[in-house]
Design a protein around this ligand. Structure first.
Ligand code: GMT
Length: 375
């Protein structure tokens, strides 16, 4: 199949999922064309089955806002025609489903029919998309998609609650490719980050408000009062500066390491003991799944789709959003005893295999077939 994938090329989960999916599809022999404004962060190796087409938006001083959707839909039309692409898969409804729909209509004028699959990722529904300024356009473009998927059952339910959706929404969970995470790699350099007796706690995100970064710091602060520990904060975003200040106020700067964005999170997760994800909302929590496959136990909030990934008392613990006290207590329950910690770590790695790419990829291939048949 020749498939065009539209996504955000940044460190956000939706871009990561779209990129990993495209790479996996190419490994299965499909021809995959990424169409976005920058080379996706995890698309390091181009192969003869993977293409990247950059969307350029010319700057014009008349415009207060440069029209990205227009440039994207024009690029889609040109690329689909040039390469004979058979199917369009857009990740994140805003504005990708909208631009995809416009491309589809323009192509129809020329007698070309291209089915569009839209994958909903979370913030395109629960945070941004439901805003009254966007809702009609998001609602319309979801309904105009040939197939709609969501990354969790919870996101499906939220979408049906928040929008007037006529289309069936198929749940295809996010996935993990164990083969990409060399869990036993020999150069796992724990000693660079902490001493032998310290436990390593990690948080990875885009440091947006929804991640409740101050909760991460407060949970860690409580933990480190009881046991020797280090916190590794990976990522960049608007809440980072405040987090650094909070660490200063709490007097724990020497115990918290801010690393910025990383393309090699397995090198950090391989020596992590516990992952903190106290988000306000999370449609899935891909970062937690990436931690789990690397044998890291999870302390999270019990919001959105997280309970579909992190299992209470098995892979970690879940608490109400903002219940920092309980999250710290549960973290200590896991960390204070090495045998308990090992059990949680093993469980996490085992549970992550439920999301193995080998199980999930055929689900996407099946919906592509379905979309093509709907022609
Ligand atoms: O979490 C973010 O801020 C990034 C966002 C995105 O759209 O890239 O992540 C969403 O999609 C991920 C991949 O499907 C999910 O794992 C995240 O849970 C989801 N984030 C939220 O729902 C807040």
């Amino acid at each position: 199949m020749k498939i065009a994938i539209v996504c955000y090329p940044t460190f956000g989960g939706s871009g990561v999922v779209a990129t990993e999916l495209g790479i996996a599809l190419a490994n299965r022999g499909h021809e995959v064309h990424f169409i976005t404004y920058r080379q996706p962060v995890r698309l390091e190796l181009l192969s003869n089955k993977i293409y990247f087409h950059e969307v350029h938006v010319p700057e014009y001083p008349l415009f207060h806002y440069q029209p990205y959707e227009l440039a994207l839909s024009s690029k889609l039309v040109d690329t689909i025609k040039l390469f004979g692409i058979e199917l369009l898969h857009v990740h994140y409804a805003i504005p990708h489903a909208y631009a995809g729909y416009m491309a589809k209509k323009m192509l129809e004028e020329e007698g070309i029919y291209i089915p569009m699959v839209t994958t909903l990722h979370g913030t395109d529904i629960t945070l941004v998309g439901k805003h009254p300024f966007y809702r009609p356009a998001v609602n319309f473009s979801i309904n105009q998609s040939d197939v709609v998927t969501s990354v969790s059952q919870n996101l499906k339910e939220s979408t049906l609650e928040l929008f007037d959706i006529k289309k069936e929404i198929e749940v295809i969970p996010n996935f993990i490719d164990k083969r990409k995470y060399s869990m036993n790699f020999t150069d796992c350099q724990r000693s660079l980050m902490a001493s032998e007796d310290e436990k390593i706690i990690t948080h990875i995100s885009n440091f947006r408000k929804v991640k409740r970064i101050p909760d991460v710091i407060h949970i860690f602060n409580k933990i480190q009062k009881q046991i020797p520990a280090k916190l590794i904060m990976v990522g960049e975003g608007p809440e980072k500066e405040g987090a650094e200040r909070l660490c200063e106020e709490l007097g724990i700067v020497n115990k918290v390491i801010f690393l910025g964005n990383s393309n090699e999170i397995d090198r950090i997760l391989c020596f992590s003991d516990l992952f903190l994800l106290p988000s306000e909302t999370e449609s899935f929590g891909l970062a937690a799944l990436e931690a789990m496959i690397n044998r890291v136990a999870i302390i999270s909030s019990n919001t959105g789709g997280i309970p579909e990934v992190n299992r209470q008392g098995v892979t970690g613990y879940l608490s109400d959003v903002g219940n920092v006290e309980e999250m710290a207590e549960n973290a200590l329950k896991i960390l204070s005893d090495d045998r308990t910690l090992e059990k949680f770590k093993d469980n996490a790695a085992k549970a992550a295999m439920d999301f193995d790419i080998l199980k999930v990829l055929p689900l996407y291939e099946a919906i592509y077939e379905k979309a093509l048949l709907a022609r």
